[in-house]
Design a protein around this ligand. Structure first.
Ligand SMILES: *Cc1c(COP(=O)(O)O)cnc(C)c1O
Length: 240
């Protein structure tokens, strides 16, 4: 379907232009911001079209979907797989078989399972500590975070555990902007965690933040990786 290819090409270059404009507005180089295209719910054919258009960083959020897609694109050199969804600890070991970077490490248990899987498959998996940016969370820490992630107090502890785990590499932090509220403020909070962590851990270079609706404010706050789905692929069919 050439029509779909043209549609994706136009949407991709529009996003790349927005990204470049946001970077230069922030006094940053567009080359310092990696575009991860989040392809969840979209078919492998779309991933191949995007690959032909030059996309190399693909993001998925469910293991059941990510694993067959990674296998389907095994013949495409240079693809980097980003796992951005919540990691169920019983899937972590298998995620470590194909994921190059897991953005959503939010517990010691998940880190340990990922590490075991990475060692088994003789791989090294880059890991980001997912930090909760949900304002509701700071008040009552026993409530599960709406959008996942550890509380501010837990970031250093989880980061140290990842750093110490053979098979994992601590690469940085990730956050999901609040559903309601100011994404800029949330992303500046994430940037503060990024600065603290990178000051003590030289391998920390990644701040993953920003989606289709708010990635300009994430880039302004210092995001090095933005995760864009619907602005490139279109509205996902709603799934329960
Ligand atoms: C789906 C998803 C995205 C992309 O969201 P869009 O609004 O479609 O750009 C980014 N990050 C995570 C964790 C996601 O699950």
């Amino acid at each position: 379907m050439n029509e779909r290819r043209n549609e994706l090409a136009a949407a991709l270059s529009a996003v790349e232009e927005r990204l470049a404009a946001a970077a230069s507005h922030a006094g940053r180089s567009p080359a310092d911001v990696t575009l991860v295209v989040v392809t969840k719910t979209w078919p492998v054919e779309d991933l191949r079209r995007l690959y032909d258009l030059g996309v190399r960083h693909f993001g998925e959020n469910r293991h059941q979907e990510a694993e067959p897609k990674a296998a389907a694109l095994a013949d495409c050199p240079g693809v980097v797989w980003h796992f951005v969804g919540q990691v169920q600890s019983n899937k972590a070991s298998r995620i470590a078989q194909y994921a190059d970077m897991v953005h959503s490490v939010d517990s010691l248990r998940v880190a340990q399972r990922l590490a075991a899987g990475a060692r088994r498959h003789r791989r090294t998996v880059d890991c980001l500590v997912q930090v909760s940016l949900d304002p509701a969370r700071s008040g009552d820490r026993d409530e599960p975070a709406e959008r996942g992630g550890v509380s501010a107090e837990q970031v250093a502890h989880l980061a140290d555990a990842i750093e110490a785990a053979e098979g994992l590499r601590l690469a940085g932090v990730m956050g999901i902007g609040p559903l309601n509220g100011d994404p800029g403020a949330a992303y500046r909070t994430l940037a503060r965690h990024f600065d603290e962590l990178s000051a003590t851990h030289p391998g920390v270079t990644v701040m993953s933040a920003g989606m289709s609706g708010d990635f300009e404010s994430a880039i302004a706050a210092g995001a090095t990786h933005v995760r864009i789905g619907s602005a490139i692929l279109g509205q996902r069919p709603s799934i329960g």
